[in-house]
Design a protein around this ligand. Structure first.
Ligand code: DGL
Length: 283
């Protein structure tokens, strides 16, 4: 069981911000990363679509015998994870609760900003999680619809990105926040620019650190940490593998050695053909 890989997924390259922290802190683990690039962005999708994607991806990762799954996506952590975690046969960890914990630890004035996708903001997940830890905090959220397409295009700098950051961040700064949660896993790639425009008095919270701490505690408690070798990484995407390879290496370097395409439509029809539904698979 110890030697089984850890699954991790997102709509695209966003989850790489969590993967790089995982590799840093748990270097002996084998990782299987799935980027659903045929369906990016997730932030504008309906609940039904998101559940459909989550079922297929979790099923795919379970097929690789993963010992746990990191939902390295704020949108899925907000919308699908709360309903899916109980039925999943391996631990399913998201980024929302860890992000909320880190924000409450970081704030001095109790005024916390959250930037995330439309679906995450609409769900109220971060605000609820923060308030359940400390009800005195006030939470101010903004959906930043342009950020994911910018990051997926590799545009981390430049005038269009700067303009978008300014537009989204300014109203939150006017509300005197001292802490800003990067509530979508794509956003830490924009952290240098966000920090520059927010100024030194605002603490940026990347939920990745706290998420990896939670996973480490969980694996340690179950005696599942793999530290017997230097871990490996495998990457799968539902869209263009070559594009993900190039962009991914630009973002996190040569830890990405190869990317394979795995079509979710083919995956789904195969499952239907086998007559398996998710519940059966899990049972
Ligand atoms: N990186 C994901 C998130 O944290 C998905 C963003 C998107 O595809 O819209 O929400």
């Amino acid at each position: 069981m110890k030697s089984r890989p850890i699954g991790i997924f997102d709509s695209g390259v966003g989850g790489l911000t969590v993967l790089r922290t995982l590799i840093d802190r748990l270097p002996g683990e084998d990782y299987i990363y799935f980027g659903d690039t045929a369906n990016v962005p997730y932030g504008t999708k309906t609940r039904e679509q998101l559940f459909d994607y989550a079922h297929n991806i979790i099923d795919f990762l379970l097929g690789h015998q993963v010992k746990s799954i990191v939902v390295a996506c704020g949108t899925h952590s907000s919308v699908t994870l709360p309903e899916m975690e109980a039925a999943c046969p391996v631990p399913l960890l998201g980024v929302v609760k860890p992000g909320a914990r880190a924000a409450v630890k970081a704030t001095r004035n109790g005024r916390i900003g959250v930037i995330a996708t439309q679906a995450s903001v609409h769900s109220g997940s971060y605000a609820n999680a923060i308030k359940s830890i400390d009800s005195r905090c006030s939470v101010h959220s903004a959906a930043c619809g342009r950020f994911v397409p910018l990051v997926e295009s590799g545009l981390l700098n430049g005038p269009a990105t700067r303009q978008a950051v300014r537009e989204y961040i300014k109203p939150l700064l006017d509300l005197d926040i001292d802490t800003l949660v990067l509530g979508c896993t794509h956003y830490p790639f924009l952290a240098p620019m966000i920090q520059e425009l927010a100024g030194p008095d605002v603490t940026l919270v990347d939920p990745a650190e706290e998420t990896v701490s939670e996973l480490t505690d969980l694996l340690t408690a179950r005696d599942l940490i793999n530290d017997s070798h230097l871990g490996s990484r495998r990457f799968f995407v539902s869209g263009n593998a070559e594009y993900f390879y190039q962009l991914g290496r630009m973002l996190i370097g040569d830890v990405i050695e190869e990317v394979n395409r795995h079509s979710m439509e083919e995956h789904q029809s195969l499952q239907e053909f086998k007559g398996e539904d998710y519940a059966q698979h899990l049972g």
